[in-house]
Write a protein that binds this ligand. Structure first.
Ligand SMILES: O=C(CO)[C@H](O)[C@H](O)COP(=O)(O)O
Length: 220
């Protein structure tokens, strides 16, 4: 089974969590794209979705699902999104697709965060995948120097402008033994909008797709 087939499998399994909810929060990425394709088949049950990126907005509109403003919907019951890494505490490293800030906002505004990923994303310690940090353009070099002081090697994701008009530094070689502390420390650097650690707001349910099917991990 290819990684993409595993993503498709797990996306289909996530449909269970959309039942009974007229408004959904929808993340960004190739796994979520499969979910949107499945949602197209049940769109009669969906009033609309709050989208975490321009890419997701376009895809939702294409399949005929109305895109709603989080300011109008109020708190959401469920947010479904992928991850670049997820640890045994359901803390995630996200933002490979550059949508981390809106993803973090919708995740925070939702009662349940469902993480969908292929099983290669499950790790013991976060940080092998470079940690994305969204920064205001004028602060890029300053923030990069501060990230070096934390032991990382920031690389500017050149030619990428986020949906919020900012830039991204991908931080390599960080040892993230305490994800909550690292999330807070990086977010305290002036110029940082947010970073891709989802430690303070971990997932509530993790669905992992693998060759033997979907493994469902729920918090006790
Ligand atoms: O955080 C993200 C986008 O900003 C994605 O959820 C993450 O990069 C996983 O993507 P994919 O489903 O394509 O593997």
């Amino acid at each position: 089974m290819t990684p993409d087939e595993m993503k498709k499998l797990v996306a289909q399994a996530a449909l269970e969590y959309t039942k009974g909810h007229a408004v959904l929060g929808i993340g960004t990425g190739s796994t979520v794209n499969h979910l949107i394709d499945f949602l197209a088949d049940v769109k009669g049950d969906i009033e609309g979705a709050v989208s975490s990126s321009v890419m997701t907005t376009e895809r939702l509109k294409k399949v005929g699902i109305p895109v709603l403003d989080l300011n109008d919907t109020g708190p959401l019951e469920v947010y479904i999104d992928g991850a670049d890494e997820v640890n045994p505490h359901f803390q995630m490293l996200k933002g490979g697709g550059g949508a981390l800030t809106r993803e973090k906002i919708i995740g925070a505004a939702s009662r349940q965060f469902i993480c969908i990923a292929d099983e290669s994303k499950a790790v013991d310690v976060l940080g092998k995948f470079p940690l994305p940090v969204e920064v205001i353009p004028m602060s890029r070099s300053y923030v990069a120097r501060e990230l070096v002081k934390l032991g990382g090697q920031p690389v500017w994701r050149e030619n990428v402008v986020t949906d919020n008009g900012n830039v991204i530094l991908d931080v390599h070689n960080l040892t993230i033994l305490n994800p909550k502390e690292m999330e807070q420390t990086i977010n305290n650097i002036p110029g940082v909008i947010t970073n891709g650690l989802f430690a303070w707001r971990p997932a509530d349910v993790v669905l992992l797709g693998g060759p033997n099917g979907v493994r469902k991990l729920e918090k006790r």
